[in-house]
Design a protein around this ligand. Structure first.
Ligand code: PMP
Length: 381
């Protein structure tokens, strides 16, 4: 199988596997004072440093969680508890959108959802309006979209929000380890990430909370006071060690991988657009993640295309959550019809993708689209 679904989950990096096995092979609770406990704590400390190095932040600003879903929920709970309005966008991952709806459930008017244009870029005019006329607690905008790869320029958002006394959270799950991020420059207050999108294991992630951020304490899990009281429970040492090792590997390869995956993605897009004349690349006119392409094949249902090419692992618009068969809210927000949203395939590549993979995927996908089209054109018996 040619695996082109890195946005759903990237393959585990060998460095991460090694760190996980080493951690699992040693016993000890990272909170215990004896030698095995100290050994576990050392693995967690190392991982915290490795992640901090990737983000250029301080290790003390990282809270380990079970993934980006939990990090997003934590960020929105605490951010909203400051008092004021919560602002987010229509193209966020459900882990932000649903969490935003949940925390504002008793005051739905306290939630403002910004629209996007046809390229998937967030419209900032309504953001400036809200910041001017209402007290905003938190602005939460993803830095890269999981379905289209479309990037958000956070700098003007951060400036406007901070000028108005609001905090900024970003869901950087698809961005971390794929494009350089320097938290010294990008002055967000909160950031969520998940290890399995950059070659770490599933079920572990982190929330970055900038030192000094005026944030009420709103843990979801209470108990032992771990992670500075933000997340109780014995640490997932093996998962955290895997996250750290993956972060380090991603950091070391980042510069060359950006160019390499961009070139592979461009090759894939060129091959598909050359052979399927009427296909459309979503977000093509704006900045996107290197390894992601979202392509609409009008009139050709994506699920049929994917079923026709089992040797290529890609996804239809919305798959990365529960697999529920509803049209992608991201593509609908970008102005696609339901039919076009259902005719969109996402290919996402990454560190282990080869030129041969891309060539095979392109050829297979072109044949699959042609096949589905010919089946649909055939007269019914
Ligand atoms: N945010 C974004 C943008 C994502 O792509 C994902 C994963 N699909 C998540 C959050 C949730 O990550 P996890 O399932 O690892 O908690």
């Amino acid at each position: 199988v040619v695996y082109l679904d890195y946005n759903a989950s990237a393959p585990l990096r060998p460095e991460a596997l090694e760190a996980i096995v080493a951690a699992l092979s040693s016993v000890g609770n990272a909170s215990s004072m004896h030698h095995p406990g100290r050994d576990a704590a050392a693995r967690v400390d190392l991982a915290r440093r490795q992640l901090a190095d990737l983000l250029n932040c301080s290790p003390g600003e990282i809270i380990f969680t079970s993934g980006a879903t939990e990090a997003n929920n934590l960020a929105l709970r605490a951010g909203y508890a400051r008092g004021g309005v919560l602002v987010t966008s229509a193209v966020e991952h459900p882990a932000v959108l649903e969490a935003a709806r949940a925390v504002t459930a008793e005051h739905p008017a306290s939630l403002v959802v910004l629209p996007v244009d046809g390229d998937g870029t967030v419209d900032l005019d309504p953001l400036h309006e809200v910041l001017r006329y209402r007290e905003v607690a938190l602005v939460s905008l993803m830095i890269a979209n999981n379905e289209t790869g479309v990037l958000t320029d956070l700098m003007p958002v951060i400036k406007a929000a901070h000028d108005a006394g609001a905090l900024v959270h970003t869901d950087a799950t698809q961005y971390v380890g794929r494009l350089p991020l320097d938290l010294n420059e990008v002055d967000v207050d909160l950031l969520s990430l998940s290890a399995h999108k950059f070659g770490g294991p599933q079920g572990v992630g982190a929330l970055f909370v900038r030192r000094g951020t005026p944030l009420p304490h709103r843990p979801i899990l209470v108990g032992g006071g771990h992670e500075r009281g933000w997340r109780a429970g014995t640490l997932n040492v093996a998962g955290i060690a895997g996250l750290g090792a993956a972060a380090e590997a991603a950091r070391l390869q980042l510069a060359q991988e950006v160019d390499r995956t961009t070139a592979l993605r461009d090759t894939l897009e060129a091959a598909l657009t050359a052979e399927v004349a009427d296909c459309r690349i979503n977000g093509a006119r704006v900045g996107r993640l290197p390894g992601v392409t979202s392509i609409t094949f009008p009139g050709v249902p994506a699920d049929a295309v994917l079923a026709t090419m089992p040797q290529v692992a890609a996804s239809d618009g919305s798959a990365c959550s529960s697999g529920a068969p509803s049209p992608s809210h991201v593509l609908l927000a970008m102005g696609h019809s339901r039919e076009d949203a259902d005719s969109t395939v996402r290919f996402s590549l990454g560190y282990a993708t080869t030129t041969r993979d891309v060539e095979r995927a392109a050829e297979t996908a072109v044949n699959a689209v042609r096949h589905v089209r010919s089946m649909m054109a055939a007269p019914a018996e």
